[in-house]
Design a protein around this ligand. Structure first.
Ligand SMILES: Nc1ncnc2c1ncn2[C@@H]1O[C@H](COP(=O)(O)OP(=O)(O)OP(=O)(O)O)[C@@H](O)[C@H]1O
Ligand SMILES: [Mg+2]
Length: 319
């Protein structure tokens, strides 16, 4: 079983607005509302890939009810903990004329210590039957910044492999708890290690930095695919996986689909090279759909041979 954790679940509304301009009145030509939040998107993609997954997290109010209803309709299994606050609604405006995309995310409701405790208890109970747990997205206001760190430590104690995808202080605190895998995008990784990536040497240094900060393995998704240092000890390897750019319908959540693909392959016991390739194929395929974490399994299989995985030298000083 795979678990996903979404502490700040949302209803994601995507609207298509041709010639979108600030300060103008527009008419949306297409609108779509789906359950969202990074962990929810990953769970959706894992479900579409046919892997056993339970989406967990916190949800509240009418928006919370709506997002759980939507997940039920998609046959995504859920075990959310109810909170008193109202779950957030996020808005993405896609301009079909320019291809540009504007995202406006709410901060999310305040959660109480009791709600968090109830959630942790339920997650750790489910974790007894899980082999991988993905912790993705932001921690809601009111929850301690080291909540991810605590979950990572507890899950490790249960023998569950943890995959962390978040940003800011939550990423730094999470890294200190030594998650098995971290998978940020470029800006998130730059923020975590504290320097910009201007070339492939910088990217390699970024991966090394994430390992030094506590990650067992580090993956950074890039516009072209991903770079990663995976494996332990003598098995440690650096890879770069790339695919040619597809004309996207929407790129929102392609990182979440990457993560789902990577995890799906890892769940099946695939090699690191295969896991990265499958992740890149899933990230790329998901750009052909409007909804975050939406992908077509057969199209993923068709794209997979087009992913190029190269092994690169491990930078000096990495153990
Ligand atoms: N136009 C595209 N064609 C092919 N692959 C794409 C395209 N856009 C994104 N991808 C792939 O999707 C993955 C997403 O990576 P990215 O770093 O953009 O994620 P992200 O910023 O975390 O996205 P999000 O947070 O919206 O899920 C990468 O592996 C990238 O190669
Ligand atoms: Mg991401």
């Amino acid at each position: 079983m795979i678990l996903t954790v979404t502490l700040n679940a949302a209803v994601d509304r995507t609207i298509a607005v041709p010639n979108f301009r600030l300060g103008q009145r527009h008419r949306a030509v297409e609108a779509r509302t789906v359950a969202g939040g990074k962990g929810v998107n990953v769970a959706r993609a894992l479900r579409l890939l046919g892997r056993p997954v339970i989406a967990t997290g916190l949800a509240g109010g009418a928006t919370g009810t709506r997002l759980l209803d939507q997940l039920r309709q998609e046959s995504v299994m859920t075990a959310f903990t109810r909170i008193a606050g109202e779950s957030r609604t996020n808005l993405a405006v896609i301009d079909p004329t320019s291809g540009e995309q504007t995202e406006i995310n709410e901060r999310g409701p305040e959660v109480s210590a009791e709600e968090v405790e109830l959630f942790v208890e339920r997650l750790l109970y489910l974790a007894k039957g899980a082999s991988i747990c993905l912790l993705a997205g932001s921690v809601p206001p009111g929850a301690s910044e080291d909540l991810y760190a605590r979950l990572i430590a507890e899950l490790r104690g249960l023998g569950v492999l943890t995959v962390l995808d978040t940003d800011g202080e939550q990423m730094r605190a999470g890294l200190r708890a030594e998650p098995a895998v971290v998978a940020p995008n470029v800006p998130e990784a730059e923020e975590a290690v504290g320097h910009e990536f201007n070339d492939s040497d910088d990217l390699a240094l970024g991966l090394t930095g994430l390992l030094e900060m506590g990650a067992g393995e580090a993956i950074v998704t890039t516009a072209e695919g991903c770079v990663a240092i995976v494996g332990e000890g003598a098995e440690r390897r650096r890879f770069e996986a790339t695919i040619e750019a597809l004309e996207p319908v929407a790129t929102v959540g392609s990182g979440d689909s990457f993560l789902a693909g990577y995890t799906a392959a890892r769940y099946e016991g695939a090699t690191p090279r295969e896991c990265l390739a499958f992740g890149v194929a899933c990230g790329a395929e998901s750009t052909q759909h409007l909804g975050a974490g939406t992908l077509d399994r057969r199209e993923v299989d068709r794209l997979l041979p087009r992913v190029d995985v190269r092994e690169l030298e491990i930078p000096a000083g990495v153990h």
